[in-house]
Design a protein around this ligand. Structure first.
Ligand SMILES: Nc1ncnc2c1ncn2[C@@H]1O[C@H](COP(=O)(O)OP(=O)(O)O)[C@@H](O)[C@H]1O
Ligand SMILES: Cc1ncsc1CCOP(=O)(O)O
Length: 434
């Protein structure tokens, strides 16, 4: 029924909402004078036979954009529960910064044996999210400067060595041992686990999760692991190795990113171009080909806004962004390009720093602290920079050693130098805040 007809039949001041599945629907709803829009379906649900295609959390932001500058409210609908509400609220923010006003929920409340408690849980999350000003994975400390970043990274290194965070890594069978050894060298504990059956237990125990799909052995394991990490507010680092190489990899990346919210996405230029559907950079298998992006800073900033996470573009120079700040890192040695798995090692290192930062921040909270609406706690921009600095600085020290004669001796030296990294060495890094 058109909104004008509904208004003519209903008492004055009745709030009228319109269900919207496309951007065009939202534009029409604004034009027709709707008070609010219900956008979705976010996920498939048993409550109603869904007729419209699933929008997904990643599709919500685009539907919110036509509401910019209007006072039309928006709620997301379908498949939303207290366990995925925060993921939905976080992931739905548009590139223009427009966020949801609320969530429409049926089964999580009416099918609950304690509907009051179920509704209360949801409203607490929504109110906390809306009253929190930070909706990125970076901290409140900005604007950043290089001294602050390096100092924080040095402290994080001590935290890793002191607490040895447990970091789950679903990674490829080319680098599994190498990445586990790099993790130990940095002072953290690796658990390389793929089986879907164990993800619920691990999601509670770990400090952070790496999902590297260099050789996809269990897509289900990756889907369930990321979902459990989101539920338990643990950081998820996604390394879409060779994502442009096959249709299977492209669709798998989409399925994963539509199922859970990544905290960090890391890739070389070819991988991130494929992920962003950009033809600017080509890839060959797992490697990037050519000169890279003409404006890497703008590229990472835009992708971070779109994917609602920290984005890292690796290469001779590394670029990190949370969607606002861009950090340029010019460290590392060309020998990193002569061994396989240096990018994978950087992904593991980022997951370690993220795990340490989020665990440390969570541990500082009082046990009875109020809900804060944060999907991951701590400054993941700093942690991501830390992960990259560890590998690149260690590579410089390793390459300079007299016992390193080529890639075969470089790899063990690199692992040794990860173990010998200090806060003083980090202070020498080339870090530029744009
Ligand atoms: N020529 C180089 N000079 C300095 N650092 C490099 C060079 N090549 C790669 N690196 C570093 O190695 C790490 C892995 O990057 P990259 O080679 O782009 O990943 P991948 O192995 O996934 O292609 C990054 O931290 C990057 O800074
Ligand atoms: C060669 C190869 N094939 C599948 S995963 C992998 C390792 C990729 O390593 P990296 O991207 O870190 O260089």
């Amino acid at each position: 029924m058109p909104i004008a007809v509904a208004r003519s039949l209903l008492p004055p001041h009745t709030l009228i909402g319109m269900t919207c599945n496309t951007r065009e629907h939202v534009v029409q709803a604004v034009k027709d004078g709707a008070d609010y829009v219900g956008i979705g379906p976010v996920w498939a649900t048993q409550t109603k036979k869904v007729l419209n295609p699933v929008v997904g959390v990643r599709g919500l932001g685009e539907l919110l954009e036509p509401l910019d500058g209007t006072d039309v409210k928006a709620v997301a609908i379908a498949g939303i529960k207290s366990t995925n509400a925060l993921q939905c609220l976080h992931g739905a923010i548009s590139t223009t910064g427009h966020r949801l006003d609320g969530l429409a929920v049926v089964s999580d409340i009416v099918a609950s044996t304690e509907p009051y408690a179920a509704a209360k849980r949801l409203s607490t999350i929504i109110h906390a999210f809306k009253s929190n000003k930070i909706h990125t994975f970076s901290g409140a400390a900005g604007p950043y400067n290089q001294e602050y970043i390096k100092d924080r990274v040095g402290r994080l290194l001590s935290t890793i060595r002191k607490h040895g965070p447990l970091v789950q890594q679903i990674t490829n069978n080319v680098v599994t041992t190498q990445s586990a050894n790099a993790t130990l060298a940095l002072g953290a504990s690796p658990i390389m686990a793929n089986a879907p059956e164990e993800m619920a237990d691990l999601g509670k125990a770990i400090g952070g999760l790496l999902i590297n799909f260099g050789t996809i052995q269990s897509l289900d394991g990756m889907l369930i692991a990321g979902h459990n990490a989101n539920i338990n507010r643990k950081p998820v680092v996604f390394d879409p190795v060779g994502v442009g190489a096959s249709t299977f990899r492209r669709t798998s990346a989409n399925t994963l990113l539509n199922t859970w919210q990544a905290t960090v996405i890391k890739g070389n230029a070819g991988e991130l171009a494929a992920l962003a559907n950009s033809a600017e950079v080509q890839a060959r298998g797992v490697d990037s080909v050519g000169k890279g992006f003409s404006d890497p800073a703008a590229f990472v900033r835009n992708l971070a806004r779109k994917e609602r996470c920290i984005v890292v573009l690796t290469g001779v120079v590394d670029w990190v962004s949370d969607g606002t700040t861009v950090v340029r890192l010019a460290n590392g040695h060309p020998m990193l390009g002569d061994i396989t798995g240096s990018g994978c090692m950087a992904g593991s290192s980022i997951a370690i720093f993220c795990a340490a930062e989020s665990t440390d921040t969570a541990n500082r909270r009082a046990p009875d602290a109020a809900e804060d609406g944060m999907l991951v706690r701590g400054d993941m921009l700093i942690a991501t920079v830390g992960g990259i600095l560890a590998v690149t600085l260690a590579s410089e020290y390793a390459a300079g050693r007299a016992d390193v004669k080529g890639p075969g001796t470089f790899l063990p030296a690199l692992i040794d130098e990860l173990g010998r990294l200090t806060a003083e060495k980090i202070m020498q890094a080339k870090v530029e805040v744009l």
